[in-house]
Design a protein around this ligand. Sequence first.
Ligand SMILES: [Zn+2]
Length: 271
Amino acid sequence: MLLAEKPFGVRAKGLFVFNLSSLHLLYYFNHKDMKLDILAIAAHPDDVEVAAGGTLLRHVALGRKVGLLDLTKSERSTRGTVPQRSQEAHRAAELLGATIREQLDLPDGFFTADEASLLKIIMQIRKYQPDIILANAPDDRHPDHQRAAAMVVQAAFLANLVKIETIENGQIQPAWRTRAIYHYVQDRTCQPDLVIDITPYIDKKFEAIKAYQSQFYQPDCTDPETPISCPSFFEALRGRNAMLGRQIGVEYAEGFTVARTVGVRDLFDLV
Ligand SMILES: [Zn+2]
């Protein structure tokens, strides 16, 4: 258990070194620069930008290392092609200041919580060792969102089981325990458990969203319309962020729900 819960103890206390196998030590030294503070996981590229882009921008500004993981390449979305969407996703990640963006190849619209799919997510969690994971809304308009939400919770739990062995580039990945998972509020309105002030980052958030030129409103685009391609979508989203901001007395905010009780060390961290 020591290994699973304290893999970075090796840096803090020499004693832990003797509790780690040489394989795990090798993995640790090869990956210490890859560790992320926050890994934002989504069923589709653009989910995170829309629902939690401001939160990522805030944490990057605070010096946190953030990354993105898309479970699918959104190959069945009504507008755009996979190469186009991939290019847009990488541009958006750049605008958010993310360190990495990975895309798995789970089937858009049809992925399920089978062993092979869960193992792919587990490997990414172990590779990037995030303290916090952001995940899709557990109940939302697009059925992929709720399935992704449940799979991420499951994969994060399984990533900490030492007897589930995963190998990356010939090295055994150490088990990893993520401290917290927060589900970003998406299309469906719900009461958030946690609201984050994104006021200074609202314009930059929209800049990142607009990197997805194939998905959102373009006056001369002849592709079929979708619920997010109409011009009122941006207005609705800004309104959502403003409504959430009102709840905590700031201009704009993003909301999250959590399965477990939220704990803080410092009451002054609360707005
Ligand atoms: Zn989506």
